[in-house]
Write a protein that binds this ligand. Structure first.
Ligand code: GLY
Length: 374
């Protein structure tokens, strides 16, 4: 088992990464319990796959528990399920010093973390992420929240968990598509700040996708370590944390255009967005053309989506797609902020990008084969 420490003064916590962590959850939770009682919130897919193991571990250890099962899917990250979760936690008489457990992927982690942040003005919670995306990104760093009709993640809070248990065995139940979508966030870390990690992924990525436990553990550890270092420097995204949004400005426009449907999963959009961000960087003369080519080569070798033509169905035209970026949370004073790169592993934040250049990158990407509607 590996441990990554997130150093945030009194809000510091450990991320444990390894096999069998759900089965051993009681042992890891025990030091954080003030009384032997927890509340678990999960979704109906994860409830089937992983909740019984967690529940029986808790029962055996004499820890009382109740479980709320919400519908799986992005629609659960909204006001209705938030109210339901908060009221249910109050019904369970969860007190401020009790633990709420978020068992699931990014949707459950974000929703439950936010519910914990507002319940009794802040209840402690534990993340048990079961998807690769949640293990390497959303369960770490304390961003919690829900979507509204105005957009994704527009209502939320920074609320750090007290512990993260990233059980590598849970990744074994993911579909290949979900696994590779999570891998989009893993690649992002190499691209934004660690060329050696990207090289390691070029070498071990296929092994990791094929199920190699050691490679999976190492990829999750490295990703969490990089995220922990950035979050420790900039918890509330005043500066460096924005680097974690590499690929996300393009991704959000594509997700919006595809209606947040399963035409494009978030991590798939991140991977395509990283390729486009490197393309834009090369066009602007910030990095060599070799960089975007190498990014695309790796995504291709992994069997991932890398082009707009890999997204099924029609997309809007380039001008409209770039228009969709304007609603991004990263807009400051009406200026879009992009994460661009000087090299693989050397990203930076800038607003100094002309929309014409972004439109031309988008147009060329569309010309590579997607069906557009005018
Ligand atoms: N997912 C980006 C962040 O946590 O800042």
């Amino acid at each position: 088992m590996k441990t990554v420490h997130v150093d945030l003064a009194e809000r510091s916590y450990d991320i444990l990464i390894g096999q069998g962590l759900i089965a051993d959850a009681a042992k890891h939770l025990a030091p954080h319990l003030h009384r032997p009682k927890v509340a678990i919130v999960t979704d109906d897919n994860v409830a089937r796959l992983h909740a019984p193991q967690l529940q029986s571990a808790l029962t055996q250890a004499g820890i009382a528990h109740d479980t709320l099962v919400l519908p799986a899917g992005e629609a659960t990250k909204s006001w209705g399920p938030l109210t339901q979760t908060v009221e249910w936690l109050l019904d369970q008489k969860i007190e401020r010093r009790d633990l709420v457990i978020a068992l699931g992927g990014g949707v459950i982690g974000d929703l439950v973390g936010f519910a914990a942040s507002i319940l009794r003005r802040g209840v402690r919670f534990v993340q048990i992420p079961t998807s690769l995306l949640a293990q390497v990104d959303s369960s770490v760093g304390g961003k919690t929240g829900i979507n509204t009709q105005h957009g994704k993640n527009l209502v939320g809070a920074f609320h750090q968990p007290v512990l993260v248990l990233a059980d590598i065995d849970a990744l074994g139940t993911l579909s290949n598509r979900d696994f590779l979508a999570g891998y989009g966030e893993v690649v992002k870390y190499g691209l934004l700040g660690n060329a050696a990690f990207f090289e390691w992924l070029e070498q071990f990525g296929p092994k990791l996708a094929a199920g190699d436990i050691d490679a999976r553990t190492e990829a999750v550890r490295m990703s969490c370590q990089m995220k922990a270092d950035i979050v420790a420097r900039d918890e509330t995204e005043q500066g460096d944390r924005a680097l974690l949004n590499l690929g996300h400005t393009f991704c959000h426009a594509l997700e919006k255009d595809t209606g947040y449907s399963d035409r494009l999963l978030h991590g798939e959009g991140v991977a395509i967005g990283c390729a486009l961000a490197f393309e834009l960087s090369a066009r602007m003369g910030l990095c060599s053309q070799e960089c975007p080519s190498r990014v695309r080569e790796h995504l291709r070798a992994m069997g991932m989506k890398l082009d707009l033509s890999d997204i099924s169905g029609p997309l809007s035209n380039a001008v409209d797609l770039v228009g969709l970026m304007a609603q991004d949370k990263k807009v400051i004073d009406g200026q879009l902020r992009f994460i661009l790169a000087r090299d693989i592993g050397d990203a930076f934040v800038t607003s100094d990008v002309s929309s014409d250049q972004v439109i031309s990158v988008m147009q060329d990407a569309l010309d590579r084969g997607a069906n557009t509607v005018s």
